[in-house]
Design a binder for this molecule. Sequence first.
Ligand SMILES: Nc1nc2c(ncn2[C@@H]2O[C@H](COP(=O)(O)OP(=O)(O)OP(=O)(O)O)[C@@H](O)[C@H]2O)c(=O)[nH]1
Ligand SMILES: [Mg+2]
Length: 450
Amino acid sequence: MLDKLTAKISDALRVVAGKATITEKNIDDAVDAIKMALLEADVNLRVVRRFVNSTIEEAKGEKVLRAVDPGQQFVKIVHDKLTAYLGDTKQDLQLKGPDTISVILMLGLQGSGKTTSSAKLALRLKKDGRKPLLAACDLVRPAAMEQLAVLGNQIGVPVYKEDGAKDSVAVFKDAMNHARKNMLDTLIVDTTGRLQIDEPMMAELSRLKDAAKPDELLLVADSMTGQSAVDIAKTFDEKIGLTGVILTKFDSDTRGGAALSLKTITGKPLKFVGVGEKPEDFEVFHPDRMASRILGMGDVVSLVEKAQEVIDQKEAEELRKKMEKENFTLEDYLGQIRSMKKMGSLQSMLDMIPGMAGQVSEEDIDKTELKYHEAIISSMTRKERANHLIIGPTRRTRIARGSGTSVAEVGRLLKKFEKMRTMMKKMSKMSRNPAAAQAMLGKMGQFQGR
Ligand SMILES: Nc1nc2c(ncn2[C@@H]2O[C@H](COP(=O)(O)OP(=O)(O)OP(=O)(O)O)[C@@H](O)[C@H]2O)c(=O)[nH]1
Ligand SMILES: [Mg+2]
């Protein structure tokens, strides 16, 4: 996710972040490097120009050059600017209370991810305590209704469809009645997409909009298409009117041009991003956290939140403390392997860890190894899991036999675990202090002689 952009920008910042004093030339160089990174990321030219001018002006002010820690000040300016372009603050859905039915219309071109995102949004709202109903109003593609029905079944959300129906407005009205009768409070309407924006499509959507009087009109756009996603949003907004955007396939978008230009060019907020094919692979969009990720500072808050959905809150807090104090045991590790399986795509999580974005990819993580680890730890006694230091040669042989692995494999796990504990300690400290993470990046840069 945004790997290329993150790599380039953190490189540019590394030069200034670790410095005790910085010059105007340092600032020019860093801004220049960031400018190149943004252009390569397919960020709209207007946005890039504004970014360059305002950053230079602010960074060359007294506040930065004379600051005790000018590098840090500069990083903060860049962080704040990126946050602003990404939309400033998180934009919640504007839905009515549970006594009236709220309607969300999902719009977008063919294959942009409307149907998948409808299901993802339904799951999200269900987790938030609402009672969603998915309405299949894409009547053009025969398989569309079935696809929605399968997804609804998978996430445990009801789907309203009428086989053979011809008029999406009629289906919508029936779906509304169905929601009313069944005490459901949020209607998510999946609509037809076409390859291009054309008159018949817009006419149908307008009719649907007039009938539905939706609370939210969300455009679903493929982030991989960069500026064209922004153009599409602009057109849809002019013709139909939008309340927000969902950018899909963010997991495969290494550049981020669409996300960074959208708000400035269209004035419409980015509300959610799709980060994978599974219904859970969906995130509320937080501009400030995304800015931190782009700067290579990670997004520990989202990571912890995601973990909290599967681990309970107390457990998550305990885990954090354990990581910090190096009290993290093999038992905890086993628990993590198991909850990781429930958390959805591993890549989207890796990118949230400070300093990890773009450094480690899902392929680098050996899933068979995790399976081995699970088997090995499962063959240990409780005492061994609580304190791995007691595991000597005899115990290793027993564990290897019990787990169907070898003594060497047990040894490798223990060595890896030891390393992991050290790294976790460092990371959990950094995560509480983004400035420290950035300073560490700076130091790494000096150390590597950059
Ligand atoms: N990797 C990834 N794939 C996605 C994401 N969102 C959707 N997809 C995939 O994109 C493809 C198209 O998704 P759909 O939800 O069917 O798109 P649609 O807009 O409903 O398409 P039409 O109904 O044909 O207009 C599917 O294979 C999805 O699995 C995402 O966030 N990440
Ligand atoms: Mg569809």
